[in-house]
Ligand binder design. Structure first.
Ligand code: NAD
Length: 478
């Protein structure tokens, strides 16, 4: 049994009340370990240590900070198997995907180890010869980072790496379902030798920890990834201390297949963007829009591929692991039932089940639904499961109208071989990210983030480090 602890001021330790939360394997619901719970006093201590260590960390050179990030990057890669096994154990995704997640997380450490030294300001031409005008960038201050369970490592590393490179200190609060991956990672943070208080880990009651973060004057930024509901709450709470906030929230990605698309590419893109992590991905395709004339051909090719996908243990040869919990499973079932009750056709799958004689965690068959209409829940909300709902359209305008008809605006995808259409549609989609002829768009150098109810702020590349910097103007009379 793994026993995870908090990491506060450079020390691993229990919470003040020595409480633990049990961590279970979502595949068989067996306990796999426990994680220490932080009480209010522990969280407040982490906040004051982050503020104290910020005074020194911000003064280190970007080269010194970069060297530590590089060391952490090396340690993560050396330990990728251990980290990946923990991800599969507590989150359920196939081990090959978990290894992909570790490498993806590591790529942000490597990118920001180098990006930190490229932070720069400006010298402006003054209005009068008696003035000098300078613009500098400075770290915003200590940062609270709150992340979900679907990528137990990558979600917080994607925030932590640019924050540290910019000169901020960080307190990570991972999801209750997946705290042990964070603990394993923090053992490497400790080994890398970051100064005490620069990186800290707290786990426990999210409402209480969130409140302490939001009320703390000294935490100058909150970076949150999770549901739109919690994101809105944090945004409201941030008003009291006027904190800088980044919100990476829910998505509802359309994938549009035009008649002039390369159909094999479009089918592969649907598989890539839908079934990874059992569909529990914020940028997963949630609605497929196919031009009417090629609908039968697209469906036939898609069904052929979907029929070969297997759900099961992440430690065996499977394409998908379990759904994270009962609540997630019920939402998927509800979307499928609602669609079928309103006239959808079941083209494949459709069943969720508890494996091992009705014991253990929830699996859901890869599912394809045809004859989908806009009034169905699945066309309005994020499903977070392995379900492909297909609807037909006749014109480009209609496709764009349906795609944009959502309060969410995270990722979107479309397939066409026509260059003019590619430009028109990519500009017309009201989303923070667009994939043209690909279902895989996320990368350390690219700005990841949404618009509308999917939040604001960007992670990745030059854009990602800006989120952790203030712009200061210095006017000097001479
Ligand atoms: P969630 O909002 O319930 O939880 C996310 C995190 O917030 C967890 O750490 C949780 O403990 C914490 N939390 C919950 N209530 C809180 C509160 N009152 N105050 C402070 N923290 C609180 O989200 P979830 O259901 O676990 O995760 C799935 C959601 O995350 C989906 O909507 C998905 O689209 C979204 N997501 C978005 C991105 C992105 O980059 N846009 C990436 C991954 C997941």
């Amino acid at each position: 049994m793994k026993k995870g602890q908090l990491y506060i001021n450079g020390q691993f330790r229990e919470g003040a009340d020595k409480q633990h939360l049990e961590v279970i394997n979502p595949y068989d619901l067996e306990p796999i370990g426990s994680q220490s719970v932080a009480e209010g006093s522990d969280v407040r201590q982490a906040v004051s240590c982050a503020a104290e260590s910020f005074k020194r960390w911000k003064k280190q050179s970007a080269y010194e900070r970069g060297a530590l990030l590089r060391k952490l990057y090396d340690l993560v890669l050396e330990n990728e198997e251990r980290l990946a096994k923990m991800i599969t154990l507590e989150q359920g995704k196939p081990l090959s995907e978990a290894i992909g997640e570790v490498r993806y997380a590591a790529s942000y450490l490597s990118w920001y180890a180098e990006e930190g030294i490229r932070i720069k300001g400006d010298i402006l031409e003054p209005t009068h010869k008696t003035m000098r005008m300078q613009v500098i960038k400075q770290p915003v201050g200590p940062v609270g980072i709150i992340t979900p369970w679907n990528f137990p490592l990558a979600m917080f590393v994607r925030k932590m790496a640019p924050a540290l490179a910019a000169g901020c200190t960080v307190i990570i609060k991972p999801a209750e379902q997946t705290p042990l991956t964070a603990y394993e990672f923090f053992r490497l943070v400790d080994e890398a030798g970051f100064p005490d208080g620069v990186c800290q880990l707290v786990t426990g009651d999210p409402v209480e920890i969130g409140k302490i973060f939001m009320e703390a004057e000294s935490l100058r930024k909150i970076s949150f990834t999770g549901s739109t509901e919690v994101g809105k709450l944090l945004m409201a709470q941030s008003a009291e201390t006027v904190k800088k906030v980044s919100l990476e929230l829910g998505g509802h990605a359309p994938l549009i297949v035009f008649a002039d698309a390369d159909l094999d590419k479009a089918v592969q893109g649907t598989i890539d963007s839908k079934f990874r992590n059992c569909g529990q991905v914020c940028i997963a395709t949630n609605r497929v829009l196919v031009e009417k004339s090629i609908l039968p051909a697209y469906q036939e090719k898609l069904l052929e591929k979907v029929a070969s996908l297997k759900a099961g243990s992440g430690f065996e040869e499977n394409d998908m692991g379990p759904v994270i919990d009962r609540q997630g499973y019920e939402k998927i079932s509800e979307h499928v039932d609602d669609a079928l009750n309103r006239g959808a056709n079941l083209l494949f799958g459709g069943q969720g089940y508890r494996q091992k004689d009705n014991q253990g965690g929830y699996l859901f068959q890869p599912t394809v639904l045809g004859n989908i209409s806009e009034d169905m829940k699945i066309m309005q909300e994020e499903t977070f499961g392995p379900v492909v709902p297909i609807t037909a359209f006749e014109t480009e305008e209609e496709a764009l109208r349906i795609a944009n008809q959502t309060p969410f605006g995270l990722a979107s995808y479309f397939y066409t071989e026509n260059i003019s259409r590619a430009i028109r549609v990519s500009e017309g989609l009201e989303f923070g990210m667009v994939g043209i002829n690909t279902g895989r768009i996320s990368s350390a150098q690219a700005p990841f983030g949404g618009v509308k109810a999917s939040g604001f702020g960007r992670e990745g590349g030059y854009y990602g480090i800006e989120e952790y910097l203030h712009t200061k103007y210095i006017g000097t009379g001479i």
